[in-house]
Design a protein around this ligand. Structure first.
Ligand code: NDP
Length: 450
């Protein structure tokens, strides 16, 4: 960054922090992108004059609403629902819905901002959004979850539509919740349209959606390694999380010959020195999706070690796949991973590595795939679910697997195009940020000031 750009960057960040007080995750996500965009637009004054970065960092719309629902004991509960529509320059708003007690405006704004770049990287016509609620589905009965989802959708329905905004799942929102949300939308509007993705196969879902994010994260890893003449085969892999993304990242890593030794949830992690097999993974899927149990049950069932309240980053490995939540790898944990021989990180979760962690990985010049590139497979297949819904067709499972593999390679190529540095090192974060920015920014330029 030259001196003038550095001053402009500081002015921009000061403005962002002043106008969004206390929203630290949002500040972090914007900073991570702006650090690459400001030098990129140094010699492109039109992006500066039209204030593209500033406009991208101010969501088109922030919707907040009350959600009232009755629990099984007849108590009235009040939660807060949100939808952040960040930018629709290149297509209808698109992004998941998260139900977790930690949900707040800062977290959803960071996710909606990131989603804008990720969706652009897929090459599909989708803008960026995110939504959710501080509702905690854990420990609730199916009927309670249903009543919450119906109450949530009663308000959200007014703001979404298949050409307007198409939500999907995220943390705490899986097939069960999508079913309840879609059912309520259909009831309210008397319409059957592809207004949500991640739907069941019986009612407009797409083959390959459930696996897409996890598989895509490992495909991206495979492409990074291949670029260096390596492969995942025989590598030891540490995974965090045991939900949708973690399960399918684990499955694809096993299929490609890696040895996965950890999985986790918010209570702690399991360390299976013999490696997670497909059979053991089937137990995890059943445990999490049907029984809604804890990962410690894996340790009991298979005699693995369980570390209560700990994250898995102290376990020696070649590859780390963080697939749980944001800021789950600190600067110190990044150093420990490097000390233990880490060669690559592919982020399945959104922004799982802290800024200090990213700087540590980048300084060490290991392969580091940021979430907006590495986990783009999920939204890519969601985009294709939208296409199938519009055409009223269901494509074959093999076709979708081929599309996913192709799209992840295209995302990787975009990162190479903008991220390859002198000496051959690839700065994937820079590549993803600029690659995602360019298409959205050029569309915004075409529209003038709107
Ligand atoms: P799930 O709800 O299926 O699983 C989340 C997993 O992460 C669970 O194991 C959960 O444990 C754990 N977890 C959540 N919060 C915390 C926390 N604060 N500390 C420790 N562990 C935690 O969600 P997904 O797998 O869908 O999402 C995981 C990540 O991937 C998120 O960052 C999400 O934004 C991202 N992502 C998901 C996509 C998708 O298609 N689903 C697409 C792109 C990104 P517990 O059960 O104990 O809460």
């Amino acid at each position: 960054m030259n001196k003038k750009t550095s001053t402009n960057f500081d002015i921009f960040m000061a403005w962002l922090i002043r106008t969004n007080p206390g929203q630290k995750e949002f500040h972090q996500a914007v900073r991570e992108v702006a650090e690459h965009i400001f030098p990129y637009i140094e010699d492109k004054p039109v992006y500066q004059e039209m204030r593209i970065m500033e406009r991208l960092s101010e969501p088109d719309r922030v919707i907040s609403f009350r959600v009232c629902w009755e629990d099984k004991d007849g108590n009235i509960n009040i939660n807060r629902g949100y939808r952040i529509q960040n930018n629709n320059a290149i297509g209808p708003y698109k992004g998941g819905v998260r139900f977790h007690p930690s949900v707040n405006l800062s977290i959803l704004k960071f996710l909606a901002f990131e989603q804008t770049f990720k969706n652009s990287l897929t090459g599909l016509p989708m803008g960026g959004a995110k939504g959710g609620s501080d509702f905690n589905p854990k420990g609730k009965t199916d009927r309670e979850v249903m009543r919450f989802c119906q109450a949530f959708m009663s308000e959200l329905a007014a703001h979404i539509g298949h050409d307007k905004d198409v939500p999907a799942g995220d943390i705490g929102v899986g097939p069960r919740e999508i079913g309840y949300l879609f059912g309520q939308y259909k009831r309210l509007t008397h319409e059957f349209t592809g207004v949500l993705t991640g739907k069941g196969m019986e009612y407009g879902g797409s083959h390959g959606r459930i696996e897409a994010t996890g598989y895509g994260t490992v495909y991206f890893l495979e492409d990074m390694l291949k670029h260096q003449g390596k492969s995942p085969k025989g590598k030891t892999c540490v995974i965090s999380g045991s939900g949708n993304v973690a399960q399918y990242a684990c499955e694809k890593a096993i299929q490609l010959g890696a040895k996965v030794v950890t999985l986790s949830d918010s209570n702690g992690f399991i360390y299976d020195k013999d490696g997670v097999t497909q059979e053991k993974l089937e137990f995890v899927k059943e445990l999490k999706e049907v029984k809604r149990g804890r990962i410690s049950d894996y340790a009991k069932k298979f005699g693995a070690e369980f570390y209560q309240g700990k994250r898995p980053w102290g376990v020696p490995c070649d590859i780390a796949l963080p697939c749980a939540t944001q800021n789950e790898i600190s600067g110190d944990e990044a150093k420990t991973l490097l000390k233990n021989g880490l060669i690559a990180v592919s982020e399945g979760a959104n922004m799982p590595t802290s800024l200090e962690g990213i700087r540590t990985f980048q300084k060490a010049k290991i392969l580091f795939a940021p979430s907006k590139a590495a986990n783009a497979g999920g939204v890519a297949i969601s985009g294709l679910e939208m296409s199938q819904n519009r055409a009223r067709l269901t494509w074959k499972a093999e076709e979708l697997q081929k599309h996913l593999r192709r799209i992840m390679t295209e995302v990787h190529s975009k990162c190479l195009k903008y991220g390859e540095e002198k000496g051959g090192h690839v700065n994937y974060l820079k590549g993803a940020n600029i690659g995602g920015f360019k298409k959205v920014a050029d569309a915004m330029l075409a529209y003038g000031v709107v």
